[in-house]
Write a protein that binds this ligand. Sequence first.
Ligand code: NAD
Length: 503
Amino acid sequence: MVSSTETASAVLEKGGNGTETDVKIIKNYVNGAFVQSNSENILDIIDPSNGKQLAKLPLSTKSEFDDAVESAKNAFPAWRRTPPVERARYFFKLKTIMEDRFDDIARVLTLENGKTFDEARGSVRRAVENVEVAAGIPTMMQGSSLEDVASGIDTVVYRRPIGVFAAITPFNFPAMVPLWFLPYAVATGNTFILKPSEQVPMTSNFIFELIDEVGFPPGVVNLVHGDKVVVDGICTHPDIKGVSFVGSSPVAQHVYTLASKNGKRVQALGGAKNFVVVSDDADINLAAEAIIASCFGCAGERCLAASVLLGDEKIYDELKDLVVQKASNIKIGGGFDEGVLMGPVVSARHKERVLSYIEKGIEEGADMILDGREAQVDGKEGGYYLRPTIFENVKPSMTIAKEEIFGPVLSMMKVKDLDDAIEIISEHPLANTISIFTTSGKNARKFRYNVDASMIGINIGVPAPMSFFTFGGAKGSFFGDLKAHGKDSIEFYTDKKVVISRW
Ligand code: NAD
């Protein structure tokens, strides 16, 4: 086992209390080895629970990224000839190693992202599930065939890998989202470069230490940290064949436009503004519980988080009281602290952003019925904490109803009926996920049939498709056609060669 001693493991061993003098420098992983970037553009990686420095991250240069592409390109011919059943075995091994180090991955994740340890563990479970599904590649990658398409003529369709793929990922799920892509791209026979969020680089490094233990041939999987320089490099490099992206909609659109202009396959999953509807016939307790978990879990930093609650006027007051009461009881604190349900948001800058949306809500005339702006945690005064904030009498035209806040802020609106709710939802340009709470099958069908979002929850607050189904939104929440994981993933990472033969 090669150890990247100056990466996340080291931070983990120290318990994350790195000081200015002993912080570690996070490395890239290229051609089967951890390498330190020579970039002079260096970011501090901060523990959001207390504001202390964890590590330093050099933002790689274009030429360092080019080296990774070269290595992935050189590794491709031999890797694509490796039988799928052998490629699958690397993922069986990765699954075993990830299970052995499951809590350690979650610990690094909580440390740099801030979400609670339980939430981190949940997302690592989702990450591992993608590795499990990709290990079925000999079956999943099969093509199709038909005898006698004309007299004595047969047709066979082979699925083939294409070359070097890259993924660009966001800060909010540092283990799960990279593994929405890496296992499928690599198991299908492509080689791969990950560019994780520069806000949370340590989780990827830790996972790459495990990948290093698996012993993939050099160049098959690579990790390059960086910012826009690397992202734009991915979108324009002639040897990158396809790009998977997850992040905010403006950047998703930028990546989609630039990479497709440069002839690449692109799947770009963008931002969200998720509505949740509660019908007059709903189980109000169940709905309130699920809405609280959806809106305030992961401090609202989830692309599937409920953000706007549309309550039928007949049950609105009862629902409001329950939601406010439950939100007021949420314990905030560091992600490792006992009984904490909501950790800090990821950074000081993000906290400022969320606070500015709250100010906007007040300014534009929404009524604040729960104020989460003041949030101190004893002994962690440097952390980026917020408490749940709830507004009511929100209008669809208000900024807090239109824009993605990505923090613990819920906007409530009273609606006349389901048609009223569907109309409000349909006018919104984003459509990632939407949920309804109802006991009526008729209402549920009407809802799922008429709304545009492509991930729908019926009596489910966070309708997250599992790794064997496709994941991705619609309208301004998604750019491309083939979505993440599930069958779409195999389609995205392979080309189909049709052979028509007569003997
Ligand atoms: P972000 O768009 O700021 O960053 C995502 C990636 O893009 C990062 O790797 C970052 O380095 C890169 N990037 C950022 N700005 C760039 C620029 N100007 N040019 C080129 N590259 C750039 O997103 P984030 O803040 O890290 O993550 C939160 C966002 O991700 C939210 O909008 C959330 O809804 C979205 N998200 C969506 C899904 C989904 O499934 N649709 C899942 C998770 C997160």
